[in-house]
Design a protein around this ligand. Structure first.
Ligand code: GCB
Length: 651
């Protein structure tokens, strides 16, 4: 096998991109329907999805209950009705559903009802909400943790607004739309139609690997209200945003707090950090809604996987000696840095770190992608059990509760927006729409997660590819250039709004021009599975060469963010053959050895933590991706025990 480095691409191996993207998103435009660059004709579902928009959305700090703020959780049984004819909006469903059944909120709808198993079209949720009398005079927001994908919301039959994109929160200011003396009907129309202009992209597949439902990504497109719905009552003058940045000065930590208050409020405030039995305080002087203070914490315990120490921090607005509003954060004092340029160190608190762990999914039978708190805790426990210190929120932001546990357990998190399966050969208009959504997503993700010490980096995409068909009239070079412009903007945005390193994951054969835009390289590698299957020795050699080549070209810290082989639980084989538990172990053993010999490596994430549901297709046995080292119901395969013996040998 000879290596070609002509354009900075790694061309030696088949481009795995074709599995999910070129044969999907790009090919939807590139195959019989037309030449790359032309859009495929819109289906009625596409046309419906095209009409969905984002309106009236406000960003809200995660609702919290304290002496000044109130939360009413609307989780529970809601009424629910599928609307395949899209008759609800004109049919008055905002006032009540004609033939409702009962659904649990939060959850995905697909695993609950047989007739909704693969259904992604419009569906309606409905319930009544009473507003407590004591909330009069407050500003009241209706908060959604995640609705996948498009949501339109009505209260008392009046439209509140709409939101695009799953896995991230949004809210509406509903104060002036509420009734106090009766129940308030609350209706939500949701659909998760897969189109080329959404993020993640999906839609009609014409490639060999087409799955059902048609996605351009390899996980089930669960739909519905997947995290809590809450009413939050805030004081008229309230804290709208907080940004905490910590530094280390010798044995002391500094904690810089920037606070933003509503309505350009001017007045006094306070920030207080609890340390043992004592408190460290600073005054906040709000001018035009903004205030800033820095606290110094002598002899600080720095946050790390070994010592995930959290300091309680309280920020308050005050007037005439009384507290108007307050907000609580548990913060960690730590620094994150990629030494560079042209360096290979990823530093936590000034010392090189090595990420050990997994890329994962939020996925469990029946609840689907719906928030499942017991599973969230169990997953954190199992991560610890393996000895992992890190994970990536592939391929979308995880629940705030998962992030809270990451802070407490000491996991180093690469936090990712839902930009999986993107390609760049379906025309400028589509690319621009995806960019708009990605920019909104990264803004929302940073707003939500910036104060988590566990978050060490932002990932703005998973395995983007040029797409299209080189040599079939498609301009692959044009697609690479379009991707370069796209990621220059998107990575740039992440850097502009936060100081953490920004990155995205690169598929084997993906353009290193794009990877070069990242602060550190995240490479996904499947030598021994999608290529060189059954030939583990050759695969290990190819993997090593791939890493060395990437290192030579990029000169950045490299994290393997995916690698793995499928293992059907209970399938055993000696000598190890593909799909057996033994093969999965040997695959990982080889990869660990290859990585262990390369000092420039900064991390190793196995794909995947657990098996997860996928669209039905000929490349996914049992309706799942079986590359988990745990089964879908979280029982260990041999590979989980193997990793534990490496990462947690004293256990
Ligand atoms: C990948 C994708 C991931 C797939 C995985 C696989 O590179 O990022 O979503 O599930 O490969 O198993 O093919």
């Amino acid at each position: 096998m000879e290596e070609k480095k002509t354009t900075g691409h790694f061309l030696r191996m088949p481009r795995r991109e074709f599995l999910f993207t070129a044969a999907g998103a790009g090919a939807a435009a590139a195959l019989p329907g037309g030449l790359p660059g032309q859009s495929a004709p819109a289906s009625p579902a596409d046309a419906m999805a095209e009409k969905a928009k984002q309106e009236n959305v406000v960003r809200l700090l995660l609702p919290q209950q304290n002496g000044h703020r109130n939360v009413l959780d609307l989780s529970g049984f809601w009424q629910f009705q599928l609307d395949p004819e899209d008759a609800g909006a004109n049919g008055g469903w905002a006032h009540g559903l004609p033939a409702p059944r009962t659904i649990a909120v939060p959850s995905s709808w697909n695993d609950l009802f047989d007739d909704a198993a693969d259904y992604l079209g419009p569906a309606w949720y409905f319930r009544d909400a009473w507003i407590p009398e004591a909330w009069r005079g407050r500003r009241i927001f209706l908060y959604f943790g995640s609705v996948n994908y498009a949501a339109e919301v009505w209260i008392n039959g009046a439209p509140m607004g709409s939101h695009l994109g799953g896995h991230l929160p949004f809210a509406f200011d509903v104060t002036s739309h509420l009734a106090w003396d009766r129940a308030n009907p609350l209706a939500v129309r949701v659909e998760n139609i897969q189109t080329a202009t959404r993020v993640p992209t999906g839609g009609e597949e014409r490639g060999f690997f087409a799955g059902y439902p048609a996605t351009h990504y390899d996980f089930f497109p669960y739909a519905g209200i997947e995290r809590q719905v809450q009413l939050a009552a805030l004081p008229e003058n309230h804290i709208e945003d907080l940004t905490v940045v910590t530094k280390i000065e010798g044995s002391a930590g500094t904690v810089n707090v920037k606070a933003q208050a509503s309505g350009e409020w001017s007045g006094a405030g306070k920030v207080q950090l609890a340390r043992g039995g004592t408190a460290i305080n600073a005054r906040l002087d709000f001018r035009g809604g903004v205030a800033e203070a820095t606290l110094r914490v002598p002899g600080a315990v720095f946050w790390s996987p070994e010592t995930p120490h959290l300091y309680p921090l309280e920020v308050a607005l005050e007037a005439h000696g009384a507290t108007l509003d307050s907000y609580h954060l548990d913060i960690g004092i730590r620094t994150i840095e990629v030494r560079g340029p042209m360096a290979e160190d990823f530093l936590l608190n000034g010392k090189p770190i090595f990420l050990k762990g997994f890329s994962r999914h939020e996925d469990f039978p029946v609840s689907g992608r719906g928030l499942n708190l017991p599973v969230t805790v169990r997953d954190a426990e199992l991560l610890k059990w393996t000895g992992a210190n890190s994970f990536r929120t592939s391929h979308y932001p995880y629940s705030p509760e998962c992030m809270e546990l990451a802070d407490r357990y000491g996991f180093l998190v690469i936090d990712e927006i839902p930009a999986v399966g993107m390609s760049f050969s379906d025309g400028e208009a589509n690319i621009q729409k995806r960019l708009e959504q990605c920019l909104r997503d990264i803004d929302d993700l940073v707003f939500r997660d910036k104060n988590h010490p566990s978050v060490i980096a932002w990932s703005v995409a998973n395995e983007p590819g040029p797409g299209g068909q080189p040599g079939r009239g498609g301009s692959n070079a044009g697609a690479v250039a379009a991707g370069t412009a796209f990621f220059t903007k998107l990575v740039g945005r992440a850097r502009e709004i936060d100081s953490r390193p920004a990155t995205f994951t690169t598929v084997e054969g993906g353009p290193f021009e794009w990877t070069a835009l990242c602060d550190f390289a995240c490479l996904n590698a499947y030598f021994g599975w999608y290529s060189l299957g059954g030939r583990l020795d050759e695969a290990a050699k190819a993997f090593g060469e791939y890493l060395d080549h990437a290192h030579e070209v990029l000169h950045k810290p490299i994290v393997i963010t995916e690698c793995g082989a499928e293992a059907i639980p209970g399938d055993h084989d000696a000598p190890p053959r593909m799909w057996s538990e033994e093969y999965q172990v040997e695959f990982l053993r080889n990869y660990l050895e290859v990585v262990g010999k390369r000092p420039y490596m900064a991390g190793f994430h196995v794909w995947n933590f657990h098996d997860f549901k996928t669209p039905q297709s000929i490349i996914r046995a049992l309706g799942k991706n079986n590359k988990g080292v745990f089964t879908r119901d979280r029982q260990p395969k041999m590979a989980a025990h193997f990793l534990r013996s490496r990462w947690n040998p004293k256990a």
